[in-house]
Ligand binder design. Structure first.
Ligand code: E4P
Length: 216
């Protein structure tokens, strides 16, 4: 499963990219707003820091304007993926971009039926929102399993990009569901490596090693 960073904070993205574990980045209008910077500048900087796909979302809600904005975003760098909402207008724009060879990420997916439409429109990625479904008492991870089953049954090539992941258990659940990629906030990304028994075990090993007086 590929690991993407869900952020528009370029400093954090660069730090995490230096680990060699980051396969891509996703942004959305809220994250761009939080950065306080112009979208073109932020996306260009992220694309220089990360070789993999970088999702940049349109703000328009009608197909023609989405196409205009999407082409502008796609022109920023070769690894830009145009992010579009899962609406009929968004799906029309997705189909046009698919025909033109422009990569897309269809976002705000909350049901298997929506994911089916995204795949039929030729989306490169579909982003099911796990955490926001959990927030309303539904089972976000179940949605990933259902989409995986549908896509496999019909041989759809759209990649499942698990989104709105809020904790390590969500990331593990996405992997178990067979998601192709997971986009993770920087704080959760940093949590993935941690386990108390790793720290405890390392302390014990280092203490015993010091007792030998050896060096390697
Ligand atoms: C990713 O594409 C989404 O924009 C993001 O994961 C949404 O996460 P949130 O529900 O925590 O805002």
């Amino acid at each position: 499963m590929q690991l993407f960073i869900d952020s528009a904070e370029t400093g954090l993205i660069k730090d995490l990219a230096a680990t060699g574990l980051v396969d891509g980045v996703t942004t959305n209008p809220s994250l761009i707003a939080k950065s306080g910077r112009p979208i073109v500048e932020v996306i260009a900087e992220i694309c220089r820091a990360v070789e993999g796909p970088v999702s940049a979302e349109v703000a328009a809600t009608e197909t023609a304007a989405m196409l205009e904005e999407g082409r502008r975003l796609a022109g920023i760098a070769d690894n830009v993926v145009v992010k579009l909402p899962l609406t009929l207008d968004g799906l029309r724009a997705t189909a046009t971009f698919a025909a033109e060879g422009i990569a897309t990420n269809v976002t705000l997916c909350f049901s298997p039926a929506q994911a089916l439409l995204a795949a039929k429109a030729g989306a490169t990625f579909v982003s099911p929102f796990v955490g926001r479904l959990d927030d309303i008492g539904e089972d976000g991870l179940l949605l990933l399993h259902e989409i995986r089953s549908i896509y496999d049954q019909y041989g759809f090539e759209t990649s499942i990009l698990a989104a709105s992941l809020r904790n390590v258990a969500h990331v593990t659940g996405a992997a178990l569901a067979g998601a192709d990629a997971a986009t993770i906030p920087p704080t959760t990304f940093a949590e993935l490596v941690k386990h108390p028994l790793t720290d405890k075990g390392l302390d014990a090993f280092l203490k015993d090693w010091a007792g030998t007086g050896q060096s390697i």
